[in-house]
Ligand binder design. Structure first.
Ligand code: GDP
Length: 353
């Protein structure tokens, strides 16, 4: 058994800051170089725990978070249709989510859609109230924690922020969730945490990452225990034409081990099961090598969850994004039945969340 990193996705209305937040999380963790590197996966970025500790140290201690997780595994592309896919064990593709919204605009149609998906998949989430730097009069303090930044603001500005936050609290209440600003929460088990942030200036990211880890410890202990040598299970993110390789599938593996000689099964758009033998498993090359070579990928013999990997295999034309993926080296019928029983779940999709 090993503990894998929780898979985190960012959901929210268009233009509310999903891409900027993901870029900033990657950027600020790259800046925390002294603590060690981040791992680039196909379709995902893994931030190791020592990097998170170097950013959030004091807050993790205050929250009494001291158990070991390898890190946080962020899916790179926001709004991917596969994010909205349910997987059979009752969760979405992600173990955790950040529901981001523009604090100045509040709830918009895609915020409600995202919330409904999180509700139906029972995915634990944190609300990021973004763009606090746009509140008139806010004095941004680059990369400061929200707690530090708030000390620099005039009291009427903090009051203005709170008014906006209470509108969000009110809407969440109407949607069936009790919520509160992170530093005023009395019961983490019954209240949704709201962290005011600026994805642009980095303010509040410290508390956002800390709260995500808090959720992981609270809800995911068992889910994150995986058997390293069991046959892999994953989800298809995207079916993609790649120059020189033909059709490839980008996948997130959330359990077990995927071997380059494995036979795998996935679903097509028509809910048929296809079985295919892997030709190669590819992961991104280190950045410095990409500059000197024609291809961005390198071969690997095996991948252990959690991981993002590109699979080259024949007969994948009709594979659908969001499909579950299972290894089927033996006992094909059993795996086929398992996949088909997931068909009902994988149709729950919405547009561009
Ligand atoms: P997405 O559609 O949800 O991925 O949103 P983007 O990350 O592309 O952001 C939409 C716009 O809002 C871009 O112009 C960003 O630069 C801007 N933006 C995002 N976050 C912030 C923020 O915290 N503060 C400010 N001032 N602008 C932001």
């Amino acid at each position: 058994m090993k503990t894998r990193s929780p898979i985190v996705s960012v959901l929210g209305h268009v233009d509310h800051g999903k891409t900027t937040l993901l870029d900033n999380i990657r950027g600020s963790t790259i800046a925390a170089k002294e603590a060690g590197g981040i791992t680039q996966h196909i379709g995902a970025t893994e931030i190791p725990m020592d990097v998170i500790s170097s950013i959030c140290g004091e807050f993790l201690e205050r929250m009494s978070i001291n158990e070991k997780l390898p890190g946080l595994f962020f899916i790179d592309t926001p709004g991917h249709e596969a994010f909205t896919t349910l997987r059979k064990r009752g969760g979405s593709l992600a173990d955790l989510a950040i529901l981001i919204l523009d604090v100045n605009e509040g709830f918009k149609p895609q915020t409600y859609e995202a919330l409904n998906i999180l509700k139906s998949s029972k995915t634990p989430f944190v609300v990021a109230a973004n763009k606090i730097d746009k509140i008139p009069g806010w004095k941004s303090v680059e990369n400061a924690s929200f707690t530090e930044s708030m000390k620099q603001q005039d009291s009427d500005i903090v009051f203005k922020l709170d008014q906006k936050l209470y509108e969000i609290v009110g809407t969440l209440h109407e949607e069936g969730f009790e919520s509160e600003r992170f530093d005023r929460i009395s019961n983490f088990a019954s209240q949704i945490t709201i962290v005011p942030i600026s994805a642009m200036s980095g303010e509040g990211l410290t508390e956002l990452l800390t709260m995500l880890l808090g959720l992981a410890y609270q809800y995911l202990r068992e889910q994150l225990q995986i058997e390293e040598n069991s046959p892999a299970e994953g989800t298809v993110l995207e079916v993609k034409e790649e120059k020189g390789l033909g059709l490839t599938i980008d996948t997130i593996i959330y359990d077990g081990l995927l071997n380059k000689d494995d036979r795998i099964m996935m679903l097509t758009k028509d809910n048929k099961v296809i079985s295919t033998k892997i030709r190669s498993l590819l992961k991104p090359k280190p950045l410095e090598e990409i500059r000197e070579s024609k291809t961005m990928f390198e071969n690997t013999d095996e991948i252990v969850a959690a991981a993002g990997v590109k699979i080259v295999a024949p007969h994948v034309d009709d594979v659908v994004a969001g499909s579950p993926l299972k290894v089927a080296n033996a006992n094909d019928e059993k795996v086929e039945d398992e996949l088909l029983s997931e068909v009902d779940n994988i149709r729950i999709q919405t547009n561009d969340i």
